[in-house]
Design a protein around this ligand. Structure first.
Ligand SMILES: NC(=O)c1ccc[n+]([C@@H]2O[C@H](COP(=O)([O-])OP(=O)(O)OC[C@H]3O[C@@H](n4cnc5c(N)ncnc54)[C@H](OP(=O)(O)O)[C@@H]3O)[C@@H](O)[C@H]2O)c1
Length: 327
């Protein structure tokens, strides 16, 4: 019998809980370690998920030989240094999105992964969502004809939250773009590739955090209209249209459970539910890559992460989004 891939979690916060629940659903994965900056939080998390190895510092977890791969689940600004430290200690890494806060950081991370011959992937879970995988295939097979238009938005009302929260805190690279704007940008990139021109405008709150951004991606013969906001609810379905048909992704599109295809043949609604909350699919991808001794995923490669963050850099440049630690 093949041995299970041994996972450890760095930063047992909100997303780490959802991830841990989904990890239990993946047959050849076991959650064996967790590290928090606070022993109490690590112990509590370990108790909840029956995790045998508990660390009160991230560094101690990096050094243990009890794990194969680490899931980094801290706020964005800590991804680079933590992933690099883990990789230098010989650990494979699945790191939450965005992989780094800009292309310079992501480049550095990729270089360390290559140098130390370890696996590195951004936890861009939507790429592994069964519906999104299917829609990518349909689009590549030409079901929609020539692709002309992608429209996607990601927004929710968060103005009642504290300015100190991760979402608004500028020192933690707060704002919509790196947190949720990344999803509409990902969808346009996945289906249409890199645009030749970008337009983007943002609104900011009183402390200077970007809270709304509208984006146009211009291609040779297509356009994408994208939006992210912390100021309001939005539809959160996505529209993908070509010369021969269109697809609507059911909301919320980044964790969609199905799509409707409209072509001259008629209307076809298809349900492709994800397993658990949907993080299972990225975990399965990492396990498969590790079992195959691959150092990056074909579905979400190093280059894909670099392209995505480069687009986010370009959008930020256009709409004037800068973080205090960047100036
Ligand atoms: N894929 C998704 O669906 C999804 C959803 C939400 C968030 N995310 C991503 O996941 C990451 C974490 O988001 P989250 O909402 O889970 O964050 P969070 O709960 O605010 O923080 C996660 C953990 O990071 C650790 N941490 C380390 N240094 C920190 C510092 N200086 N300030 C605050 N926390 C620090 C803390 O763990 P200890 O103190 O215990 O060490 C904390 O519990 C973000 O990059 C976000 O983009 C992804």
């Amino acid at each position: 019998m093949k041995s299970k891939i041994r996972w450890g979690i760095v930063g047992p916060g909100k997303i780490a809980h959802q991830f841990a629940n989904d990890l239990k659903l993946v047959g050849d994965a076991e959650l064996v370690a967790v590290a928090s900056r606070k022993a109490e939080r690590a112990n509590e998390f370990a108790k909840t998920y029956s995790i045998p190895h508990v660390f009160d510092s991230y560094e101690a977890l990096f050094e243990t030989d009890k794990v194969d791969v680490l899931y980094i689940a801290t706020p964005h600004v800590f991804h680079k240094n933590l992933a690099i430290a883990a990789m230098k200690a010989g650990k494979h890494v699945l790191c939450e999105k965005p992989l780094g806060i800009n292309a310079k950081e992501v480049n550095e991370m990729i270089n360390v992964a290559k140098e130390h011959k370890v696996f590195l992937m951004e936890a861009l879970w939507s790429r592994f969502n069964p519906t999104i995988r299917k829609v990518k295939e349909l689009s590549e097979e030409g079901t929609l004809g020539e692709l002309k238009y992608v429209n996607a938005d990601f927004a929710f009302y968060a103005l009642d939250r504290s300015m100190e929260s991760r979402l608004f805190n500028l020192d933690l690279a707060g704002g919509t773009l790196l947190d949720i704007g990344i999803y509409p940008v990902f969808l346009a990139y996945l289906l249409l590739g890199k645009p030749i021109h970008i337009e983007a405008v943002s609104n900011f709150n009183v402390i200077g955090t970007e809270i709304q951004t509208s984006i146009i991606f211009q291609y040779e013969a297509a356009q994408a209209i994208l939006y992210s906001g912390l100021t309001n609810e939005s539809r959160m379905s996505a529209e993908i249209s070509g010369t021969k048909g269109s697809i609507t992704l059911e909301p919320r599109f980044h964790e969609t459970q199905g799509y409707t295809l409209k072509t001259e043949k008629g209307v076809d609604s298809v349900q492709l539910p994800s397993q658990g909350k949907g993080y299972t699919h990225e975990i399965i991808e990492v396990n498969q890559c590790l079992n195959a001794k691959k150092l990056e995923s074909d579905l979400w490669s190093h280059q894909d992460s670099l392209s995505l963050i480069s687009l986010l850099d370009a959008i930020r440049e256009k709409s004037g989004v800068r973080f205090p630690f960047e100036v």
